[in-house]
Design a protein around this ligand. Structure first.
Ligand code: DXP
Ligand SMILES: NCC(=O)COP(=O)(O)O
Length: 264
């Protein structure tokens, strides 16, 4: 199948669509609609460079079977990325081990320090406190050929510790930026993210970003924070898709990313 939009050139920020919220709606009936596999396929056809899911222990949205079925779908899209988020001290490692045992694709794990039934992610890992328990888990994930990204608050001084435990990337937790967008605090907050991004880049730690990014705030973020390799976007993007459809919505977000690279 020919994608509407080709995979991103390597120097551009990749868009990974988080489809948690499609599953959330599906789970309110026993009819299987909206279909998460169909959602993923439509986003990939529209040019999204990856699919993200965050299977929470309470299965309020993404369920175990979804992860394996999505991974099987991703086999048909070898140039796209499958990213599974979660807490490796809860359920995430089970997915890593089973996907690996079944020979199914998994390209990136994003370790997120969420509680069992947390409302949504709201903080990053804390160093040095979390270092000793993360290190062997990161080694295990690497042993299965999967990249590890650590969900982190935008603290420049914490980037070295993330690198030290073996992370390949950090995902900067962008809710504070999203909240500040459109207020007098925006430039100050954005500068904090830029400093964190630079601190990561200086030690060869890749930078992803996510949480509450949307069509209004995305381009400015990518423009200000150098070298963002990937953004994972779910809530706002799926809300937009309810109005515009997946294809137009993904195209709009890819357009925001393109704009970030073209505006002066
Ligand atoms: C790590 C992160 O920011 C995302 O996982 C986000 O929290 C989506 O999770 P929910 O869709 O469950 O809110
Ligand atoms: N890692 C962030 C993510 O996948 C999506 O977060 P959100 O856009 O649903 O807030």
């Amino acid at each position: 199948m020919t994608p509407v939009h080709p995979p991103a050139p390597h120097h551009r920020t990749a868009l990974s669509v988080n489809i948690n919220k499609v599953a959330l709606l599906r789970n309110t009936r026993h009819l299987g609609i909206p279909d998460v596999l169909r959602a993923a396929e439509l986003c990939l056809q529209a040019g999204a460079q990856g699919i993200t899911v965050h299977p929470r222990p309470d299965e309020r949205h993404i369920r175990k079977d979804d992860v394996y079925e999505l991974a099987a779908l991703m086999k048909d899209w070898p140039d796209r990325e499958f990213n599974v988020e979660g807490n490796p001290l809860q359920n995430l490692m089970e997915f890593v081990r089973n996907l690996s045992a079944r020979g199914l694709p998994l390209h990136q794990c994003t370790f997120v320090p969420d509680g069992e039934s947390q409302f949504t992610s709201d903080h990053g890992w804390s160093f040095p406190d979390d270092a000793a328990r993360l290190k062997p888990l990161i080694e295990e994930v690497h042993g299965r050929g999967v990249r590890v990204s650590l969900f982190m608050d935008p603290l420049p001084e914490a980037m070295a510790a993330a690198k030290e435990v073996g992370a390949d990337r950090v995902e900067l937790y962008t809710e504070t930026y999203a909240r500040a967008w459109g207020t007098v605090d925006k430039d100050k907050v954005l500068n904090q993210f830029a400093l964190a991004g630079r601190a990561a880049a200086a030690i060869n730690l890749g930078v992803n970003a996510g949480h509450d990014l949307n069509r209004d705030n995305l381009a400015e973020f990518i423009h200000a924070v150098p070298g963002v390799m990937e953004v994972s976007i779910g809530h706002a993007l799926i809300a937009d898709a309810l109005e515009l459809g997946y294809s137009a919505t993904v195209a709009a977000y890819l357009g925001c990313i393109d704009n970030a690279f073209t505006v002066a």
